[in-house]
Every structure is written in structure tokens, then in C-alpha cells.
Design a binder for this molecule. Structure first.
Ligand SMILES: [Zn+2]
Length: 439
């Protein structure tokens, strides 16, 4: 669950150095985490128009894959790939629109009715989030509601879906003001603002990752100990073997939003935990679940959240540095249309977002390359610790592909650029040929 993420909020958090590590690293979809742009909380459905082959309604018919399901998989994967670019250009287009119409400057003027600088930033943020949400709504609705419903993933009515969007916006408006205020405070005071902003992002990111599973995620879903006591006993045995406290394993009612299947590691320090979707419990055999749990335990024990966070901070520092070196000429060139002439003007936020969006798009192969390496390490760990048969591991991957409609065999360029996990076909090959150490 990477809660706080309507499209723009995601970028915003990246910008101030935060949240992206959650979906990319922590929220570990064994499915090709192809979908990091799509907030987990916004998958949903017209509950009165359920398709017959969704998890809830007809699990038995879903696996193994029928020819119809394969056709769906191909068209959904194609759509997801196209949308990577559509989403990117929509963001750039909307930000450009807000800038070139002078609307960003107008929002700054409106926000200027309050006296205190902190409140000006807050009011601007609220206005900006609302305007961005409205402009982006047709795209967001099509992607997150229409298409997800078309493919039978949605388990929410429009009202429920929309209510979660509003909750996300509210959380973003509350949590986002501090880093945004700090960013503009430091831009006004130091030419090395890119460095100070990145340094400050570290404790803030750690704080957010610590509180996310206990404060934010429960706003959207219910987290509880495993209900299936037999399964729980098996997982606890495995956890003990791996040296993890069993109380750190939770199940979540992810089926509330979507029929997609997943599991992930999240939190830090006392809030560090493994989360298992109820959709997985309903559709996987126990050996398949144990393999996935072994994989998550690998992330947990190899401190992949910390490593992902460290990488994210490095990339953010780089992105902000490049931005600081290249953004001023753009402001100079268009200042009459933008109606602001300095970066320290809060109206420049959409322009900063444009820079960071482009730079993070270009850097995706780096973060995804590192992520794929860690995923492979976790697959290896899972084979060593769970000791399930290679066949169970293969079926687990195969089911993820079938249930989530993720392409097991993407084009190599797509994998290289966008996949945070190795292609499922490669993971299947790996477990098939792997000899667990110690045997
Ligand atoms: Zn993983």
C-alpha cells in the first residue's frame, strides 16, 4: 500500500526526497512491479459490474490460464506499457499548462492573503493539489477506474474509489507542507539548496517510512495477524528459522480495493513488518505462500529498505543538483509568461516538478537495476530458507502473472528501463535451475 499517491503527490514526495522508496523498494510486488505509477489504493471496481473471473467471484476458473485470459494479459500489458509514456507526458503537459497560463502565479497571489510564510506555502499547496487533481482527473479516472474495472481488478464502487482519493489528497496536504516549506526556505537562503534539501530529506524520509505502516496505511486498510492459524503456524516456523519475530507478519484486506495479488516489506525500526495480501492467501497454496514469505523475509533481513532509501537519496541529490544548475535560464526565458522571475517564488513549484519528472524518468534504469538485483537476492534467499520445491516457486510466479495480468516476458528495453523486478520468465528460470545452498 503506498497510500499517499495521486499522480502528482507521488512526484511531489519524490521531489522533497521521500516516498518513492515505498512503492519501488518496499512495496515489493513479485509481479513485475510494473505498476509503481498506479497507487495501490486506487484500484477498484463498480461492485455491481463484477466480471465473473475476478478473484472474489470465481477463483477456481482463473488458474491455469485460459486462452481468453492470455489475450487479456497481452492487451493489459500493452496498455500498461503505453501508459508509462502517457502518464509521463500528461504530467509534463499539465504542469506546463499551469505555468504558461500564469495560473501558478495567480495561485501564489491567492495564497498571499495570509501573512505567515508557512501558511502561504500551505495554502498554495492546497490550491495546487486541488487544481492538479481536477486537471488530471480524466486521465486518472480512465487509468485507475475505467481500465482497472474493465480488466476485472476493481472491487470498489465509484464512491469508495473517489473517497480514497480525497483521503489521499488530505493526507498529502497535511504531510507535504513541511518538506515543501523547508525546500523554499532553503532555496531563498543558500545557493547549495539542492544539498540542504537532500540532507533534510533523509530524516524526513525515515520518519515517513516509520509512521506510514502504523499511521497512514491503516487509514485505507485493515492490518491484522493472519487469520488462517495453520498458515500462520507455518509462517511463524519459517520466520523463526530466518530469525524474524512472527509478530511482524500481517495480513491486509487488499481485496477491498483490487483483486491483484501482492506481498511486501515496509516500515523501519519498531514498525518494520511483512504484509501479505488476503488475495494471496485466498488463491495460493501454502508452499507457494511460504516461498513468497521467504522472499519477503530476504528483503527484511538484508535491509533492502535502508539500501533503497540510500540509493533514493543519492539520486534525489543528483536530480536536485542538475535542477539547480539548469532551471534559472528557463525561468529567465519565460518569466513574462510565468509571471515570476525567481526560483524562490513558490509559483515555481510546477517547473521544479517538470525538471524532477524528466530527471527521475531518465534515472529509472539506475534505481530499477539496483532493485532487480535485490529482488534476485531475495529469490535466492527464499529458495534457501523455505525449501519448497522449485515447482511451487514456479507456480507462485506463474500465478502472479495470470492473476495480475503481468507480462512474464517483456521487451528487454522495457524491462531494463521500467521493471523493478526481473521478468517473471527469468525468475521462473532461476528457481527451476537453482540448487539451494547446503544441499
Ligand atoms: Zn521482492
Amino acid at each position: 500500500m503506498s497510500m499517499v499517491k495521486p499522480s502528482l503527490a507521488a512526484l511531489f514526495f519524490l521531489l522533497v526526497g521521500v516516498f518513492m522508496v515505498q512503492p519501488v523498494i518496499a512495496q515489493d510486488s513479485p509481479e513485475a512491479a510494473t505498476d509503481t505509477t498506479q497507487p495501490a489504493v486506487t484500484a477498484d471496481s463498480l461492485s455491481d459490474q463484477q466480471e465473473t473471473d475476478t478473484v472474489g467471484s470465481g477463483a477456481g476458473t482463473m488458474y491455469p490460464m485460459s486462452p481468453e485470459r492470455r489475450a487479456k494479459l497481452i492487451s493489459y500489458s500493452r496498455f500498461v506499457n503505453i501508459w508509462r509514456f502517457v502518464g509521463f507526458f500528461v504530467t509534463l503537459g499539465l504542469m506546463a499548462l499551469i505555468l504558461f497560463t500564469g495560473f501558478s502565479a495567480r495561485m501564489r497571489d491567492w495564497a498571499g492573503v495570509v501573512k505567515k510564510k508557512f501558511l502561504v506555502v500551505w495554502l498554495f499547496l492546497v490550491l495546487f493539489l486541488i487544481v492538479d487533481y481536477l486537471l488530471n482527473f480524466p486521465f486518472h479516472f480512465y487509468r485507475g477506474f475505467i481500465v482497472e474495472n474493465q480488466y476485472g481488478f476493481l472491487n470498489q464502487s465509484f464512491g469508495e474509489w473517489f473517497a480514497e482519493d480525497m483521503l489521499s489528497l488530505l493526507v498529502t496536504a497535511i504531510v507535504g507542507v513541511v518538506p515543501l516549506w523547508f525546500l523554499y526556505w532553503v532555496i531563498a537562503r543558500s545557493r547549495k539548496w539542492w544539498l540542504w534539501a537532500s540532507v533534510a530529506a533523509m530524516p524526513f524520509a525515515v520518519f515517513m517510512i516509520v509512521i506510514a505502516p502504523v499511521v497512514i496505511a491503516p487509514l485505507f486498510n485493515k492490518y491484522e495477524p493472519l487469520k488462517d492459524k495453520t498458515l500462520e503456524a507455518e509462517i511463524l516456523t519459517l520466520a523463526e528459522k530466518a530469525g524474524i519475530k512472527g509478530s511482524d507478519v500481517f495480513q491486509v484486506d487488499a481485496s477491498k480495493q483490487s483483486s491483484k495479488i501482492n506481498a511486501y516489506v515496509t516500515g523501519l525500526f519498531a514498525t518494520k513488518r511483512i504484509v501479505l495480501y488476503d488475495t494471496m492467501i485466498d488463491n495460493f497454496e501454502s508452499d507457494e505462500i511460504l516461498f513468497v514469505m521467504g522472499h519477503e523475509m530476504g528483503h527484511y533481513l538484508m535491509h533492502h529498505i535502508w539500501k533503497g532509501l540510500a540509493l533514493a537519496i543519492i539520486l534525489i541529490t543528483l536530480a536536485l543538483w542538475i535542477t539547480s544548475r539548469t532551471i534559472s535560464p528557463v525561468i529567465d526565458r519565460f518569466k513574462h509568461r510565468f509571471k515570476f522571475d525567481r526560483l524562490e517564488d513558490i509559483a515555481s513549484l510546477p517547473l521544479i516538478i517538470i525538471f524532477v519528472t524528466i530527471l527521475s524518468f531518465l534515472m529509472e534504469p539506475i534505481s530499477n537495476g539496483v532493485s532487480r538485483y535485490m529482488e534476485r537476492q531475495s529469490d535466492k534467499f527464499a529458495m534457501d530458507i523455505s525449501r519448497v520445491s522449485a515447482e511451487s516457486a514456479e507456480i507462485a510466479f506463474d500465478k502472479l502473472s495470470v492473476f495480475n495480468l503481468s507480462d512474464p516476458d517483456p521487451h528487454p528495453v522495457i524491462e531494463f528501463w521500467f521493471y523493478s523486478h526481473p521478468a517473471l520468465s527469468k525468475r521462473i528460470n532461476f528457481v527451476r535451475n537453482y540448487k539451494p545452498s547446503g544441499t
